[in-house]
Design a protein around this ligand. Structure first.
Ligand SMILES: [Fe+2]
Length: 453
């Protein structure tokens, strides 16, 4: 299936409009999907993943295409449906602009293309430049959501759900002051705290972390650039001057309680997790040595590193945990903010050929061991999401699921792996009626986390 868009040979298109990065042109509903293997009957809910899928077939950068959700509902051992739906934001429906001629941002406008999560009976489609957009279990758009008028900034695409309290911790960042604002919603979904966090300048802050006692911010040297903004592309570039720091705020605290720690300049889109042990805050991150010196079109490779922040001596010790290229790190989210033994990531050894990088990797952070699940020649996985077998299951007792693109068939599957037997043949491979373009992040949204609209 080819995308619409400019009449140009594939080779002359930017990477994000070619091959399986290219958008799909239609919304599809398919029922009772064919399955190879057996869908575990414990899985009652839906896997949903977000990604850019420009409705015109063209976007100037991978990050700015209209969001499209791809979901598969699983029930009683069956793959009940597949649906893909554009997130019908004001950008999509009205071609509304997020920025006025005076440079004022309208947070009701955005592409909602980065992540999708469930919290307190709502499903949020998220992009870091705007308010969340709520969607139904069937992936139909309800509209933008600002917590009853309490949210006054954008919302990161990477909120953190505390497994202990049910609170949703998140933040918004902006290129005009306040550059960074922290928010906390309670387990019922009410926004109960917002705090402006002082940082020296406008940096790109894609993600953050929590521990059971702290919120962890990363203020890293990829800074807003007005010239790039005026050129209509990703308005951030590497800075040799800005410096790099990690900030800790006690949960429930304010900017006055922030402690900042210098780290070696680098960039991190995604932490794997953070936790505390013996007076140390441990933050595991997928670290780029440098990012976007010439602007945003190219990606370097990143690998798993650990920061150990000493709360008494204020020192940060950085350690490379692995040297292989990875992205999209995830853990068992029942361990968010708590010591996790396992992590999962996409192995991104892509080089110039997008049809390499055929593995998910699983880390055992206690022993240092790792395992690959190689999906086979030309079969490219996206982010792997861990789903526990039950609420009380041990860490790693459950499944890792991902969309896998098969270049030979130009088709995609939802593949379910046994997390504890990671290299084994998949538990289930669900055949989808169309390919799922490479995208960003997704979630398993059990029935309990998503009210039917
Ligand atoms: Fe992300």
């Amino acid at each position: 299936m080819s995308a619409g868009g400019p009449q140009a040979p594939q080779e002359s298109l930017p990477f994000h409009l070619r091959g399986n990065y290219a958008p799909v042109p239609q919304e599809v509903t398919a029922l009772d999907l064919p399955v190879e293997g057996a869908v575990p009957p414990e899985l009652q809910g839906r896997y949903v993943r977000n990604g850019p899928n420009p409705k015109t077939g063209f976007s100037p950068h991978w990050f700015v295409g209209d969001g499209m959700l791809h979901g598969v509902e699983l029930r009683d051992g069956k793959a009940v449906w597949y649906r893909n739906r554009w997130v019908r934001t004001r950008s999509f429906v009205e071609d509304a602009s997020a920025t006025s001629p005076e440079g004022v941002c309208d947070r009701t406008v955005g592409r909602a293309n980065t992540h999708v999560i469930g919290h307190a009976g709502r499903i949020f489609a998220l992009v870091e430049s705007s308010f969340p957009t709520t969607v139904t279990r069937e992936l139909d758009t309800q509209g933008w959501f600002d917590f009853g008028g309490r949210l006054t900034t954008a919302m990161t695409a990477h909120p953190k759900l505390c497994p202990r309290t049910g609170e949703l911790h998140f933040f918004g960042y902006a290129y005009l002051p306040p550059f960074l604002t922290y928010h906390r919603a309670d387990a019922e979904g009410r926004l109960v705290q917002s705090e402006v966090i002082e940082v020296p300048g406008p940096t790109m802050i894609h993600d953050f972390a929590i521990t059971d006692r702290h919120v962890v911010f990363m203020d890293l040297p990829v800074v807003f650039d007005l010239e790039l903004a005026q050129a209509g592309t990703m308005p951030y570039r590497w800075s040799d001057e800005y410096g790099a720091r990690v900030g800790l705020m006690p949960r429930g605290g304010t900017n006055a309680d922030m402690r900042w720690f210098e780290v070696e300049p680098c960039y991190v889109f995604h932490p794997l997790n953070a936790f505390e042990e013996e007076g140390t805050v441990v933050v595991d991150v997928v670290r780029y040595g440098e990012l976007w010196r010439q602007g945003a079109p190219t990606f370097a490779q990143a690998s798993l590193h650990r920061w150990r922040i000493g709360l008494s001596d204020g020192r940060v010790r950085e350690q490379a945990l692995d040297d292989r290229a990875i992205e999209f790190p995830r853990c068992d989210e029942r361990q968010t903010g708590l010591a996790n033994r396992y992590g999962y990531a996409v192995y991104t050894e892509r080089g110039a050929d997008e049809n390499t990088g055929t593995s998910l990797i699983k880390y055992d952070l206690r022993t240092g061991a790792s395992a690959f699940h190689d999906f086979g020649s030309g079969r490219i996985p996206g982010e792997g999401v861990f789903v526990p077998a039950s609420a009380g299951a041990a860490e790693d007792e459950g499944w890792v699921m991902a969309y896998v693109y098969d270049a030979m068939r130009d088709a995609s599957d939802l593949v379910i792996l046994d997390a504890a037997d990671f290299t084994a043949k998949p538990v289930a491979t669900i055949r989808l009626p169309q390919r799922v373009p490479f995208g960003f992040h997704g979630s398993w949204i059990p029935d309990s986390a998503a009210a039917r609209a």
